[in-house]
Design a binder for this molecule. Structure first.
Ligand SMILES: C[S@@+](CC[C@H](N)C(=O)[O-])C[C@H]1O[C@@H](n2cnc3c(N)ncnc32)[C@H](O)[C@@H]1O
Length: 294
């Protein structure tokens, strides 16, 4: 259980030297916020440019499915139509924004300052904030929709779910999307096996463990679940290796350990693709969940 933030707030601001107390409290608060992020995410999501160039976008079909499931409820008390958590460098943001009605109040949030700075360079018409899923700087019942693209497994715990539930308006929606590698393709399955060597206790979407947070409580009900053909990435061997080095458990590795991982990935590529410059396709499957606040 994470410590309650209120314990660290300054109780008496009229006290002499309150600004010192306030700045100490803010320092402690930002440490608590940072501590809510898994160490692998902290270490592995530092290079926004590399991530942005090496990760897939999302198919038009998937994004339009999300758009069709966006909830537009009563506007009273609402300050945000769409809150995106773990927005990263804005890969999903850039796909959904053009589909939204003018005037949509969109807040993109992300704990990695480096990632958020890449996102901010892309858009000037949305609000952004550094924050985690457990410390959302919005009032109770003030958000129509929360979107998590490729990230819910990172914070699938009761603290985050309770926080998301708190900010959502009645019948507000929590929309989850992922791109998963198509492991029916043999060489992609071998690459996943190599990744497994580095995962340890790092949350992983395809473990399915993230679903457990919805068990034993009635905070959300599932409205829709769809699996459909996903996007693909295409490039030469170096491009494929760059993709794998953008995955947090590999991105955080240094020195010999990193070289060791790269040579394992390269062996699989060499076994399957003879030509260095051949266009290799990394095929994904899309998964979508629409849930509603109960
Ligand atoms: C795989 S990236 C997905 C980024 C982006 N949504 C996309 O579609 O490319 C996962 C993101 O989750 C964020 N994240 C990890 N732990 C988090 C937490 N506790 N609260 C909010 N975001 C978190 C990471 O910083 C990272 O940007």
């Amino acid at each position: 259980m994470w410590p309650s933030i209120s314990r660290y707030l300054p109780w008496n601001l009229s006290h002499r030297g309150h600004s010192k107390l306030l700045s100490k409290s803010l320092e402690v608060l930002s440490k608590i916020m940072a501590s809510n992020v898994h160490q692998t995410a902290k270490d592995g999501f530092k290079q926004g440019d590399h991530y942005d160039k090496s990760r897939p976008s999302y198919t038009d079909d998937l994004v339009s499915l999300v758009q069709k499931n966006i909830h537009y409820g009563k506007s009273e008390g609402i300050s945000c139509d769409i809150l995106e958590l773990g927005a990263g460098t804005g890969k999903f943001t850039s796909k959904i924004l053009p589909l939204l009605p003018q005037g949509t109040r969109y807040l993109a949030t992300e704990p990695s300052e480096d990632f958020l700075s890449v996102l901010k360079d892309k858009f000037n018409n949305i609000d952004t904030k550094v924050c985690t899923a457990t410390d959302i700087p919005l009032k109770d019942n003030s958000v129509q929709n929360v979107i998590c693209a490729q990230c819910f497994h990172w914070f699938a715990n009761m603290e985050s779910l309770t926080e998301i539930h708190r900010v959502l308006a009645p019948r507000g929606r929590l929309l989850l999307v992922w791109n998963d590698k198509d492991v029916n393709i043999e060489w992609l399955s071998r690459m996943e096996d190599i990744l497994t060597l580095y995962y340890g206790d790092t949350p992983r979407k395809n473990s399915g463990n993230w679903k457990n947070v919805f068990d034993g409580n009635d905070m959300f009900r599932c409205v829709e679940h769809t699996v459909q053909p996903g996007i693909h990435l295409k490039g030469n061997k170096d491009f494929v290796l760059n993709h794998y080095t953008s995955i947090s458990v590999i991105a955080k590795l240094q020195g010999e350990e990193r070289q060791g991982a790269l040579s394992k990935f390269r062996d699989v590529l060499n076994d399957n693709f003879k030509n260095e410059e051949e266009n290799i396709i990394i095929q994904f499957v899309s998964e979508f969940y629409c849930t509603e606040k109960v």
